[in-house]
Ligand binder design. Structure first.
Ligand code: KG4
Ligand code: ZN
Length: 345
C-alpha cells in the first residue's frame, strides 16, 4: 500500500497528514496560528514563518504517531510548494526535502490550489472531468478539472477573492478574524436582511468572472450611512446576512453560466459541480449551490467542512495522485509564492 506524508505551511496553519492509496486518512493534524495573528486582524507573514519553524517538526512526529507509522512506512513526502507566503513555504519545502533526502524517498512539491481542486477525489472518489468552484481567501475561480495537472480556467476574480470579501466585511463589522465563519454565524441571527439592498456583483453578465470589491464598498457605505460607529447586534446580523446573500447570489449566477458553457463544450461528460477552498465550508453557500446543481441536472459534491479549509490531507492526497503518475520533484525545486493552476506542468 502507498502512504504519502503531506505538509502544509503556505499560510497560517501548520499541518501534516498521511493518506493511503485507498483514500484513507491515517492521520491529519492541523495547528492553527489564529491566536498569534488575531491581535493584528490578519496574517503577519513573519510571525507565520517563525511559528511554522517552531511547530512543524513536532506536528510531523505527532502525525506519524497518530498513524502508528514511522518514516520507514512512507512512500513519498509531499509539501505545499506554492502559492503562498514565501517564509512558510520555505519551512515546509525544506523540511520535506530533508526527510526525503535522509530516507531516500521521492519529494513532491504540491500546488496548494491543485490540492484544494483534488480534495473531492480523496473524500468522494469523484472521477474526471468535473466543474470546480474554488473559493478561498486568496482565490476565486471556476475551472474544468480534466485530470491531474489539467485545468481549463473558465473565470476568475477581477479584484477581491470571495473569502477576502468575507474577511474585510467582518473587519468592518468588528466581528474579528478570520471573518468568513464569523459573518456566517452573525447572519444566522438575522431578522430583516432585506432592509439592506446591496448590489449583486456581475449578475446577468456573460462569462464566469467574479468581482467582490464593489459589494465590499457597498457594505462599507451602509455601515457609514445607516449604522454608525457602534452598530447594534441586530444590525450586524442583518447586514451580515444581506452581504452573504448578495455574495452567494453572485457565485450562483457565475456558476450557472459555467454549467451552461461546460455542457456546451463537453457535451454532457461534465455533470458534477465540485466546491473547494475555505469558503466552501459556508453552509448557506453549500445549500444554494446544491439547488443550482440539481436544477441543472448536476450533482453538487462538497467535501466535509473540516477538509474545505487549509489542511495537509489534501496536500498528501495531491502528492499521492502525482506519485501514482510517476511524477516527483528535484532537490532544486524553489518554492513559488505565485503559482497559477494553468502553469502546472
Ligand atoms: O482555503 P483557505 O483555508 O485558505 C486559503 O487558501 O485562502 O480559505 C480561507 C478563507 C478565509 O477568507 C475565510 O474567511 C474563508 O475562507 N472562510 C469562510 C468560511 N470559513 C472560512 N468564508 C465564508 N463562510 C465560512 N464559513
Ligand atoms: Zn487554501
Amino acid at each position: 500500500m502507498v502512504f504519502v506524508l503531506g505538509i502544509e505551511t503556505s499560510c497560517d496553519e501548520t499541518a501534516a497528514a498521511i493518506v493511503s492509496g485507498d483514500r484513507e486518512i491515517k492521520a491529519n493534524i492541523v495547528l492553527s496560528q489564529i491566536k498569534e495573528h488575531q491581535p493584528y486582524g490578519g496574517v503577519v507573514p513573519e510571525i507565520a514563518a517563525r511559528s511554522h519553524l517552531s511547530h512543524l517538526e513536532g506536528i510531523v512526529q505527532k502525525c506519524l504517531k497518530q498513524a502508528g507509522m514511522t518514516l520507514g512506512d512512507i512512500s513519498a513526502v509531499a509539501a505545499t510548494g506554492g502559492p503562498g507566503l514565501i517564509g512558510g513555504l520555505i519551512v515546509g519545502v525544506m523540511t520535506a526535502k530533508a526527510m526525503s533526502a535522509a530516507r531516500g524517498l521521492p519529494f513532491i512539491a504540491v500546488n496548494h490550489l491543485e490540492a484544494h481542486a483534488l480534495t473531492a477525489r480523496l473524500t468522494n472518489d469523484v472521477q474526471f472531468p468535473y466543474l470546480l468552484l474554488l473559493v478561498s481567501g486568496g482565490h476565486c475561480q471556476l475551472l474544468i478539472v480534466k485530470g491531474v495537472g489539467q485545468y481549463k480556467k473558465l473565470g476568475t476574480t477581477k479584484d477581491d477573492a470571495v473569502g477576502e470579501a468575507f474577511d474585510k466585511v467582518a473587519k468592518m463589522l468588528n466581528l474579528g478574524y478570520p471573518g468568513g465563519p464569523l459573518v456566517e454565524k452573525a447572519a444566522r441571527d438575522a431578522k430583516h436582511p432585506e432592509r439592506f439592498v446591496l448590489p449583486i456583483p456581475m449578475k446577468g453578465q456573460a462569462g464566469c468572472d467574479f468581482s467582490f470589491s464593489g459589494l465590499k464598498t457597498a457594505v462599507c457605505q451602509k455601515i457609514m450611512h445607516d449604522l454608525g460607529d457602534k452598530p447594534a447586534v441586530q444590525d450586524v446580523a442583518d447586514l451580515s446576512a444581506a452581504f452573504q446573500q448578495a455574495a452567494t447570489e453572485s457565485l450562483i449566477d457565475r456558476c450557472r453560466n459555467a454549467i451552461q458553457s461546460s455542457v456546451v463544450s463537453h457535451q454532457s461528460s461534465v455533470n458534477k459541480l465540485v466546491i473547494a477552498g475555505g469558503v466552501a465550508a459556508n453552509t448557506y453557500i453549500r445549500e444554494q449551490l446544491k439547488l443550482l446543481a440539481e436544477e441543472n441536472g448536476f450533482e453538487l459534491i462538497a467535501p466535509p467542512i473540516s477538509l474545505c479549509g487549509d489542511n495537509a490531507a489534501m496536500i498528501a492526497w495531491a502528492g499521492l495522485e502525482r506519485f501514482r503518475l510517476g511524477q516527483q520533484d528535484g532537490m532544486d525545486f524553489a518554492p513559488r509564492p505565485r503559482w497559477p493552476l494553468e502553469e502546472m506542468r
